[in-house]
Design a protein around this ligand. Sequence first.
Ligand code: GLC
Length: 558
Amino acid sequence: MTEAKNPWWRSAVVYQIYPRSFHDSSGTGIGDLRGIINHLSYVKELGADAIWLSPFYPSPQVDAGYDVSDYTAVDPMFGTMDDFDLLLAEAKVHSLKVIVDLVPNHSSDQHPFFQAALKAGPGSPERAMYHFADGRGENGELPPSNWGSVFGGPSWTRVTEADGQPGQWYYHLFAREQPDFNWENPAVVDYFEDVLHFWLKRGVDGFRIDVSDALIKDTSWADTPDASPIIPKDEASGVHEIYRRFRKVLDQYDGDRMAVIETGAADDVVAQFLRPDEMHQAFNFRFLKTPWDAAQFSRAVAESLTAYESVSAPTTWVMDNHDSTRSVTRYGSAVSLIGDYVPDVSGLEALTAEQFALGTRRARAMALLLLALPGSAYIYSGQELGLPEVTDLPDEVLTDPTFFRTEGKQRGRDGCRVPMPWSGSEPPFGFSPPDASEKPWLPQPEQWRDLTVAAQTEDESSMLSWYRELLELRKREPVIGEGTLSWVTDPFAAEKHQRIHVRLTKEGHRPVEVILNFADTPVELPEGELLAASARLLPGPVADTHLLPGNTAAIVAV
Ligand code: GLC
């Protein structure tokens, strides 16, 4: 199918739903598909164009559903396939596109393919679906390489063969319950093409591709100095060929079906995955990981725009997701809390009232930049409520494999996954029905009574009202989110930066300027009509002029 000239995903605002934490319609303490259906109007009223659902497939839930045991079904914990079809139909009624998660790097160890591989033994086609290898040492008692797992500990686990003896090892980039597929085996590619067809036929609009760049491994399994795995990403590795195959599948369907990839690679490597015959867009993790600093943010914005433009792909803007310490907490405390992959939040303290106020003020300013810059923007549910990271979850409730695999040294990502507060003055804050038999799967802080959707809807100065205002403005003035960007401040200037200041233009629309003041001291605003400001402006030096205070952003039509 041919694509529209300006397909929806190029500037879509996508709202990420973490199904287990969004809304629990059945009282189990865990969110479900019906809960999502019941709150689609909330997402629509917020002003998003699409939803992305983190995995809802059958799974032993070792890694919160990113360990899939059946790629073409719904976990009963979340509902049924009928519920999913209803969700798609209802989303259509609300004009919301639906993106689902595809987890191709690894399956659950309970997936029938892996179970068959365990039974079939060395050298079998079943084992060739995954990465099995003989161990080193006299009796194969040492792992095939020194590579470590992203979640801590080794990335190889030894199996017991049918004769009851210790046998081969299998490779897992993440937890031992997440064996990696062997993507050099055409049977794996064929299988995932079928999975794509399955969901495309049902009517999904796109896929979010998990760990997209790690599919091909260096199977010489050579030891590395720092025990990290070797993941080839160049043309010769075959990984780009996989995405060309995926693209052909997507293009067989109408309606501009798309894929957004998860990769932590550098901008220029990511761009290679976004060439016109590969995938459509990638999460901009550089934006997410940049600490509160004008110079670093300027470079991140400028360099990502350049890299993506080089392959005619739109840039995305990402501030939060289910793997990262929540932005209010990051911007409100002095330290940068994002590790290389999984944030290390060990020792992270709850914010003081002052830090919470600062983090919130900065998150409001950053939301303006996120939604004003040209491209597509992602909002992780709860971000629009300004939820902080929950830092005091007791050990007993933690579920992240990182916590277990590092023996508690890293607390993991549960603190950004605490269920949404909808209404009321005490937990479960409308997350579960009043007669629920179970408590929410992670406890919500009492203080969230002030952050519920209901409380914030009443309050014009709330984070939720701010997101609604910004998204409404984005619709009203298409130069916002879609314009061509030019710099007023030099993003690469060597002198100390205080602000980001850009101009956006679009034929047939009035230009706007977007300014984010990272410092504590005010800066002058350009003359023009103020369209939005994340905090109250200060009086300027002469009558009718205004200054932009510190930690604040504004959009001015000029
Ligand atoms: C992705 C997911 C993360 C998961 C990991 C392993 O990074 O976002 O939540 O733990 O992949 O599947």
